[in-house]
Design a protein around this ligand. Sequence first.
Ligand code: GDP
Length: 424
Amino acid sequence: MVNAIVGANWGDEGKGKITDMLARESDIVIRFQGGANAGHTIVNDYGKFALHTLPSGVFYDHTTNIIGNGVALNIPVLFNEIEQVVSKGVPRPKILVSDRAQMVMPYHILFDEYEEERLGKSSFGSTKSGIAPFYSDKYAKLGFQVQELFDEDALRAHLERIAPQKNVLLEHLYHKPKLDIDELFNTLMEYKKMVEPYVCDVSLYLSNAIKEGKNILLEGQLGTLKDPDHGIYPMVTSSSTLAAYGAIGAGIPPYEIKGIVTVCKAYSSAVGAGAFVSEIFGEEADELRRRGGDGGEYGATTGRPRRMGWFDCVASKYGCRLQGTTEVAFTVLDVLGYLDKIPVCVGYEIDGKVTTEFPVTSRLEMAKPVYEVLDGWKCDIRGIKNYSDLPENCRKYIEFCEKHIGYPIKMISNGPKRDDIIIR
Ligand code: GDP
C-alpha cells in the first residue's frame, strides 16, 4: 500500500511532523522530489531536528528511508544529516539512494548564488542550494547520475564535456573563476565514498516491496503552489511538488498510490517571492510569526522570517484538488488560540468579481482577499485528544475551512509533538 504526504500550500505546512507520525506504520519512506532547499522540522523523543534531505522515517529502526531518483541529491548534506542524527542518539538509519538520482554539483550552488546576485531586486529569493541550476541541467541533459561515480573514465569525460558550456557563463556572464576539472573529479570521488554503501536500484526494490504488501510512504517537499506547472509560476520550485510526481520520482506505477494526505496549515505562511493574497503585515503578522510553528515561523533551511497570512480557502481548495487529496491533515491549529477574531480568506476579488477558484499568476497578482471573520476560542488546545473535546468555536473554525476547501479534514494537529494529534 502506497500513501503520499504532500503540502497544499507554499510548503512549511508541517508535513515533517505528519510523516514522522505516519512513518510509525510504514516500512519504507521515500523522498521523491526537491533537494536540501527546504526543511522539515521534527520534534520527537530524541530531540528537535531540521531535516533537509533525509526522509522523515529515519527515527524508526523498522523503516527503510529512500532518496528517490527525482531528488536533487546533495551528497555532503545527506552525510552531515546522517551524522547529526546519529550523534543525537538515534540508531543509525537504514538508507537507500537511487542509482538514478542526480547529484547537486558544487557549481550548481555557485550558479544559484551568481544568478540571484545578477538578478538583484528581481531575484527569486532562492535558498541558494543549487536547485534551479540542478534541475535545469537535468532536463538539458547535462546532469550527473549517482551511478556515474562508478565509472571513473566516463565520469572524467563527462566533466570535460560539460565544462566548456559552464565556463562560457562563468567567464562572460558572471565574471567568476572557471571550473577546475581535477578538483571537481576529486570532489566526486569523495562523494563516491560517502554514497557507495547506500546505492540501490530503487524502482526494483520498491516493485518487490509492493508485491510483498509493504507500507510505503511518499514524502513531498513544499506544496502545490510551488509546483512548476500548477503553482505560482515563475515563483515556484524546480521539481513537481504533486503526489502524482511521486510515481515518477520514486519509480512506481501511478495506480499504486492509494492515499493522498494533504497537509494544510490552519493559517498561511510562505517563503520567497510571489503573490500571497491573504498576507498580513506589521504587528499582526509579527505576533502570528512569533507564536507560529514551534518557536516561530522562520525558515528551517535559511532562518529567514516567513511571510504570514490568514487561512486561504481558495488556495487550499486548489492545492488539495491538484494533489488528488483523499484526506486533509489540518496543522498548527493550537497557534491560533490567542486570537479574539480569526479572518479566513473565502474568495478573491479580481476585476470587481469574486471567485473561489485559484487563478493564473497574472490574475493572482490582482486578487484582493475577501474575508469572513470567525470567533476565536481563546484557550490552549494542546493536549486535547478527542475532536468532541475541542472548544466549540475551534470545531466551527475547522468545519468552516473544511466546507470551503471541499476535502475531509481527518487529522488535526494541535502541537509539534508526535502525539499532538486528533483523529476525526
Ligand atoms: P514542513 O516542511 O511541511 O514539514 O514544515 P516545517 O517543519 O517547516 O514547519 C512546521 C513547523 O511547525 C515545525 O516547526 C513543526 O515543529 C511545527 N509544527 C508542526 N505541527 C504543529 C502543530 O500542530 N502545532 C504547532 N504549534 N507546531 C507544529
